[in-house]
Each structure stands twice: as structure tokens, then as C-alpha cells.
Design a protein around this ligand. Structure first.
Ligand code: IMP
Ligand code: MG
Length: 183
């Protein structure tokens, strides 16, 4: 495990080791397994992975889920460099055929919540039965929206982090630990 990494012009130091991430995912998966135990082959839950950041979390999570589910993806973008732009653009739209379905949105991190608000309103417009949010990370001092975050694996202060799927201008996604910007 490297204690420091550099990406583009910035350096980052080790922040959350993989073992702690894995334990947090175990706990969230256990809750999901309890809450979705009534999911059936005829009416499976729909797991929607928000690309690209949530890809590593979604795959670790899915290994631990034991109820019938379908896997889908969408891609929205709001971040540029180390800050949210406040404008959310859709790069890969939500799938069709969500009417009456129970949806679990899998996010890497909820920061301002702008992305979640946008996904939630698009899901409602598609006539879903219900949507729950499952996020690996939450910046709880920043999040100021009303949508409940049903499953939060880890809470962090308002710091910029990378690793385990999260990037700084597209680099840094491929580490198993999470690193924080060294300021
Ligand atoms: P929000 O719309 O402000 O909640 O931002 C959510 C998205 O911004 C996440 O899905 C990430 O892609 C990105 N993001 C927010 N905070 C960080 C961070 O600390 N590091 C890397 N990406 C982040
Ligand atoms: Mg993201």
C-alpha cells in the first residue's frame, strides 16, 4: 500500500485503507439483503450503477447481494477537477422499462447532492415504484438536499478524495485504497 500518490499536478495521501472500505461495504450489503429479501425472479430489484465513479463499489457490493436483481448503468457528470460545477449533464441516460420497479441507485459519493436530485427526478418521471440511494461515501457537511440517503457506507468531511473508482480529472480510479488531497 503506497502512502502517497501523485496525479496530474496534485499529491494525495492515504486516507481510507481497503480493509475499512470492505467492512463498510459488508455492513451496507447486509442491510440491503434484509430489505430486499422479498425481491423475486418475476420482479427483481434494479441496481443502477452511476458510471464511472461507482463501478468498483457496485462490483464489490454486488458480490455480496443475494436477492434477485438486474444490473443497469447511467452516467451523469457534474464535477470538473476538484469542484462541483452545479450543472448536471446526462451522458448515458437511465434505462427504459422502469415502470413499477424497485430501484437501487449505486453512487460513489454524494457531495452537494445535485446528481442525486437529478437522477431521482428522472426516475420518478419513469414511473418507478420506489428508489433508494446507496452510496459508498457521503460528505455530510455539504449535502443539503431532502432526498433520503438510505444506505451510506462511509461518511467523510468536506475533503477531495480519489481512489476505489473516484478520480481527479480521470486519473486515480484504479487504487484499492482511498486517498485525500494533501493540502
Ligand atoms: P454532487 O452532485 O455534488 O453530489 O457530486 C457527485 C459527484 O461528484 C460524484 O458522483 C463524483 O463523481 C463527484 N465527486 C464529488 N466529490 C468528489 C471527490 O471528493 N472526489 C472525486 N469525485 C467527487
Ligand atoms: Mg460519480
Amino acid at each position: 500500500m503506497d502512502h502517497k500518490i501523485s496525479l496530474h499536478d496534485k499529491s494525495f495521501r492515504l486516507y481510507i485503507p481497503n480493509a475499512e472500505i470492505e467492512r463498510a461495504i459488508d455492513a451496507v450489503a447486509e442491510k440491503l439483503n434484509r430489505d430486499y429479501a422479498s425481491s423475486t425472479d418475476d420482479n427483481p430489484a434494479i441496481l443502477i450503477c452511476t458510471l464511472n465513479g461507482a463501478v468498483m463499489f457496485a462490483s464489490e457490493l454486488m458480490k455480496r447481494l443475494n436477492f434477485p436483481l438486474e444490473f443497469k448503468a447511467c452516467k451523469l457528470a457534474s464535477y470538473h477537477g476538484t469542484h462541483s460545477t452545479g450543472v448536471v449533464t446526462t451522458e448515458l441516460a437511465l434505462p427504459d422499462g422502469l415502470e413499477g420497479r424497485r430501484v437501487i441507485v449505486v453512487e460513489d459519493i454524494v457531495d452537494t447532492g445535485n446528481t442525486i436530485v437529478e437522477i431521482h427526478s428522472q426516475l420518478l418521471a419513469k414511473g418507478i415504484k420506489d428508489a433508494r440511494i446507496c452510496t459508498l461515501l457521503l460528505k455530510k457537511d455539504v449535502y443539503d438536499k431532502d432526498i433520503p440517503l438510505d444506505y451510506v457506507a462511509l461518511e467523510i468531511p468536506n475533503r477531495f478524495i480519489v481512489g476505489f473508482g473516484l478520480d481527479y480529472d480521470q486519473l486515480g480510479r484504479n487504487t484499492k485504497d482511498i486517498y485525500v488531497l494533501d493540502e
